[in-house]
Every structure is written in structure tokens, then in C-alpha cells.
Design a protein around this ligand. Structure first.
Ligand code: PEP
Ligand code: MG
Length: 595
């Protein structure tokens, strides 16, 4: 246990120095556990525990990959052109020697058998250890051989990845895994999803911003996380004890017993507060003056509906369907596969509406990491732009969503719309998908609502174009802020400029809410602002009546709503909306919370 000082020592027995890192808080709570470092190459590989009965098969998988690389190296050697420099043959020999060395050909097999790591993870663990040993070597030539080992490992990994199986669910209860905190340079949203079995209790990354999709997934896992911790993956050592203070964005490595005690106490206080919140599950979200507010859940996969129901959500306000498409080597799920998933979500929500957003692929959510070639992906062929450029993919998805509408209330939400022709084309394609289903005799809701995400400033400034064509609006504040302030939401170097309270952002949100209500259509906020209790009253004051957030935040927001009085909030909000002074706005928002 971390409280045991004897564990706060290096393998040599020397006490380990404690240090603190500051980053960006992205997911609340405190986690106390041991560091598990992901090497950059590991970002592409899965990490999971292998069941006892499958261990020998996993060992064989690695042995076969090693054998295949042997053959590859042999072929390379045999096919060396006659005029190739002699060093080339020597390099291949060195690689073949490394491959045959027991440190590579046997140690990782032991790791699979003893620690139950999957083949890729076992190999990387061994490579990490070898690399660390090489770093200690004085002789610069020998030290450089580390690169050779890594190249060989890359080769084996590539073979393994080509045959990689889908991630089996880990029990999450394994003692060895139970207290691990992932430390990485970066984690892609797809990789993060692989950790949702909760075998890991926290995340720390060198890069990332408050509203990068990775941060959003961390929040949806309800796991403490801190990103933008420059240098974390180099300063933190494998197996270091760590405390993540997710509220402050602080990581303490190798803490003293005293500090640990304080954080344990804070964990206990938080657990008590959570217990109190849980009592609000069935309470309707009504303000003190009697205004009812709709609280919806953001989900990434149908399984998240359980958490949404558990938190007492009135429905799903944002189903980020692209997560069904990610991590599949660019293989697009078929109409039937998609239909099954959408239907699962609809059935799980037991009659509550499920808002399915059509594929929002691109930017920091590529279908396949290797496909990311655009110079500026956030401004590129993303979301609806991609769907209109790939009509077959879009139509397939629309048919699948429509078919799910036969099983409960479904709404279709289109992301990243900016142009009238995009709206018109999208609606035409919904009609085309309906026609195809009618022809097949499939059931669906003929009156399915189609809504637009308002997440590009151009959309917020051209609302009549939207309200006239769409059944509802949902404000994607994450992207609205990104595009209004011209800051990449995943670039930690500009993360300090990401400000939801910038007057321009507030004006755009307020205008959208007002225009929707004037036209008599529903308006929700489904970006991260909706789940931030510091902003609940401001949004209520702007007239927002539908909030969509990840289920973990729902009860805190509900508590805030129950304690809010619109009659007091509205005048203060009007004052905020009249101001263009950041300090005035920030102070007034703080005061709102005290009302
Ligand atoms: C948003 O942009 O606010 C949003 C909800 O969509 P995403 O975060 O998936 O881009
Ligand atoms: Mg968005």
C-alpha cells in the first residue's frame, strides 16, 4: 500500500524523492496508485490481461511473431542488392542477433506467463527495461544500440499488430492492475476507450487540453486525470507512487506519508459528498421558482446508457457515434452492426429520447491514426463534410439510425454544419435513407427529428438559416470555443487561451438559445460547459433549459439547479451579457454562484 513507507523506496532501498507536477485538470477526483508508463510505440498497442487458460496461446502468438521477423530479416539479407554497402548486411545481422537474444526471445514470454500481460505489452515492458539499462551505459557506441533494440521491437510489434485480436474485457479486479495510473506522452481517445474496463484508476499525459477528446473520455470514465503535464512521462518512473489531484490538475510523485494521509482524507470527504448526491437520482431537476430543466447524458458507446440511467438522465443528448467507427483499422461498421448498437442504446434508455450524432470523424478523432495527413485537421474534412464527401457511409449510418427509431424515441443530430447547402443535402440524404427503408419494408419513425450542432461561429451568426430547417439545436461549446477563439482544443501550448467565458463565446451561445426559443424549437448545450457546475447558473440565466453532459456530472449539475432561483439569476446574467470586460464577467459569474 502507498501508506507503507517501505514501498516509497527505489529497488536499491534508497528513499525516492517526491516531486509535484502541474498541468490542466480535466477530470475530477483523487487517485492514488502506481505509475504505468506507456512508451510512445505502445500508444498503438493494446494493454490487457490475458486469462489463465489463454496464456500459452498468447505465448505462441509472440513466438510466431518473433519467428516471422526472423524470416523477414533473413529475406532482407538474402535480397540485399549486390552493390549494397557492407554495413547494411552487418546491421541486419545485429538485428537478427538481438532478436535471438534471450532478453528478447524469452524474457517477454516469461512476462506473459507471470504477469498475464498480452504479447505486445509484455514485449514493450521488456524493451522499456532494456532501454533503461542502456541509458546507464557510459560507452556512447553501446548506448546507441538501444535504438537497434527498439527497431527490432517495432518490427515484432508490427507483426503482432497485424494479427491483433480485439481487446477482451479485463476483470478490473486484478490486484496487480487495480491501482495503476497511466502515464503517457499522449493517449488517443480510442486507446483511452480500451481502458474503460477500469483496471486503471487515473491518467497523466504530457500533452492535451481541457476539452481534447481524450480529456472528455477521461471524464466520461469518471476517472481522475490531468493533462498538459509537460515532462510527466520522462520525470515519472515506472511503478512510482502517484497522487492525481484531478480538481487542481496536480500530480504528486512519491508522496510522503503525511501528504498521502491528507489525500486519503479528501478522498473520504468526496466519497461522502457523492453519497449525498446519489440521493438526488430520482428528484426532478426543478429550480426554486418551479422551472423544470431537462438533464441529458453524453455517451460514447451503448454501454454508457447504464451510467446515464443510473444517474437519472432524461435521455441521451449526445451519442458520439464515431466511437463505434474507431479502432477498427478503418473498417466501417455495416448497417446491421450499427443498427444493433443504436438499438441497444435506444432499448437501454427505456423510452427516453436518444440523440444520435452522425459520424464526427476527423480532427482529433481520426478513423485510423495513420490516416491523419491533413495539415490542419480541425479545419479539414471533418464531421458532416466527411459524410457528404462519403455519401455511402453517411447513408448507411442514417439507415441504421432510422431503423433504431422503430424501438424508441430517436433524434438525429448533424455535427459541424455551417452552410445552407450542407443542411439541405443532409436533410435530403435523411429522406433518401427513409425511401430506401420504405422500399425494403423496414419500420422506422417517419417523423424523426433532425437537429443541428451549433459549433461553428458562422452557424451561430446565421441562425435563421438553421431554425427554419431544423427541428432542434444543440450547441457544441467545445468546438464553438475552439473555432471562435482560433485555438486548437488539443494543443496544450494554447490551452490557457481556451476560455468559455470569453465575451464572444458567451454572445454566440446566448444568441443561439434566444433564436431557438423564438422559433419554438429546443436548444441544448452538449459541450463540456453543460457539465461544469461553475457555469450552470449562467446558462440557466441565458435561458438554457436542456443540458447534456457525461453522466458522472449530472447529479452535481442537478444539485446546482435545485438551489437556483431564476428570478435572482436573470438580472445578473443580463449584466454579464452586457459586459465585454473579462474581469467583470469572471467576477459576476462567481457572484452568480453565491446567489
Ligand atoms: C462540442 O464540440 O462541443 C461537442 C459536443 O462535440 P465534440 O466534443 O464531440 O466535438
Ligand atoms: Mg464538436
Amino acid at each position: 500500500m502507498p501508506g507503507d513507507r517501505s514501498r516509497l523506496r527505489s529497488p536499491s532501498g534508497a528513499p525516492v524523492a517526491s516531486f509535484t507536477l502541474h498541468g490542466i485538470p480535466v477530470s475530477r477526483g483523487i487517485a492514488i496508485g502506481r505509475a504505468h508508463k506507456l512508451a510512445p510505440a505502445a500508444l498503438d498497442v493494446q494493454h490487457y490481461l490475458v486469462a489463465e487458460e489463454l496464456l500459452e496461446a498468447e505465448v505462441r502468438r509472440l513466438q510466431e511473431a518473433l519467428a516471422q521477423v526472423h524470416v523477414e530479416l533473413q529475406t532482407l539479407w538474402n535480397e540485399l542488392p549486390k552493390d549494397a554497402p557492407t554495413e547494411l548486411g552487418a546491421f541486419i545481422d545485429v538485428h537478427a542477433l538481438i532478436l535471438s537474444d534471450p532478453m528478447i526471445s524469452e524474457e517477454p514470454l516469461d512476462i506473459i506467463r507471470t504477469r498475464h500481460y498480452n504479447a505486445e505489452w509484455a514485449l514493450l515492458t521488456q524493451i522499456d527495461e532494456l532501454s533503461a539499462q542502456f541509458d546507464e551505459i557510459e560507452d556512447p557506441y553501446l548506448r546507441e544500440r538501444k535504438a537497434d533494440i527498439q527497431q527490432v521491437a517495432e518490427r515484432v510489434l508490427k507483426v503482432l499488430l497485424g494479427t491483433a485480436q480485439t481487446l477482451p474485457a479485463s476483470s478490473g479486479e486484478d490486484e496487480f492492475q487495480a491501482q495503476m495510473i497511466i502515464v503517457a506522452h499522449d493517449i488517443s481517445p480510442a486507446d483511452m476507450l480500451q481502458f474503460r474496463d477500469r483496471s486503471f484508476i487515473g491518467f497523466v499525459t504530457d500533452v492535451g487540453g481541457q476539452n481534447s477528446h481524450t480529456a472528455i473520455v477521461a471524464r466520461s470514465l469518471d476517472i481522475p486525470a490531468a493533462v498538459g503535464m509537460a515532462g510527466a512521462s520522462t520525470l515519472i518512473e515506472q511503478d512510482d507512487w502517484l497522487i492525481i489531484d484531478g480538481d487542481a490538475g496536480v500530480v504528486i510523485a512519491n508522496p510522503s506519508s503525511l501528504v498521502l494521509e491528507q489525500y486519503r482524507e479528501r478522498q473520504a470527504v468526496a466519497a461522502r459528498a457523492r453519497k449525498k448526491l446519489n440521493k438526488l437520482k430520482k428528484t426532478p431537476a426543478i429550480t426554486k421558482d418551479g422551472t423544470e430543466i431537462t438533464l441529458l447524458a453524453n455517451i460514447e458507446l451503448p454501454d454508457d446508457c447504464a451510467a446515464a440511467m443510473e444517474a437519472g438522465a432524461n435521455g441521451v443528448g449526445l451519442f458520439r457515434s464515431e466511437f463505434l467507427f474507431m479502432g477498427r483499422d478503418s473498417r466501417i461498421p455495416s448497417e446491421d452492426e450499427q443498427f444493433e448498437q443504436y438499438k441497444r442504446a435506444v432499448v437501454a434508455m427505456k423510452g427516453r429520447p436518444v440523440t444520435i450524432r452522425t459520424l464526427d470523424i476527423g480532427a482529433d478523432k481520426p478513423l485510423d491514426q495513420s490516416e491523419q495527413t491533413a495539415l490542419n485537421p480541425a479545419l479539414g474534412l471533418r464531421a458532416i463534410r466527411y459524410c457528404l464527401a462519403e455519401p455511402q457511409i453517411f447513408l448507411t449510418q442514417l439507415r441504421a439510425i432510422l431503423r433504431a427509431s422503430a424501438f424508441g424515441k430517436v433524434r438525429i443530430l448533424i455535427p459541424m454544419l455551417a452552410h445552407a447547402f450542407e443542411i439541405d443535402q443532409s436533410l435530403a440524404m435523411v429522406e433518401q435513407a427513409k425511401a430506401a427503408l420504405r422500399e425494403r419494408g423496414e419500420k422506422f419513425d417517419e417523423d424523426v427529428d433532425v437537429g443541428a450542432m451549433i459549433e461553428i461561429p458562422a452557424a451561430a451568426l446565421a441562425l435563421p438559416m438553421f431554425v427554419k430547417r431544423m427541428d432542434f439545436l444543440s450547441i457544441g461549446t467545445n468546438d464553438l470555443i475552439q473555432y471562435t477563439l482560433a485555438i486548437d482544443r488539443v494543443d496544450y501550448e494554447v490551452a490557457h487561451l481556451y476560455n468559455p467565458l470569453h465575451p464572444a463565446v458567451l454572445q454566440l451561445i446566448s444568441m443561439t438559445i434566444a433564436a431557438g426559443h423564438k422559433a419554438g424549437i429546443d436548444v441544448a448545450v452538449c459541450g463540456e460547459m453543460a457539465g461544469d457546475i461553475k457555469l450552470t447558473r449562467l446558462l440557466l440565466g441565458m435561458g438554457l433549459r436542456e443540458f447534456s453532459m457525461h453522466p458522472a456530472q449530472l447529479l452535481s449539475v442537478k444539485q446546482e439547479i435545485l438551489n437556483s432561483d431564476l428570478a435572482r439569476i436573470m438580472p445578473q446574467t443580463r449584466k454579464i451579457m452586457r459586459s465585454m470586460e473579462p474581469n467583470v464577467i469572471a467576477d459576476a459569474v462567481e457572484q452568480l454562484q453565491l446567489m
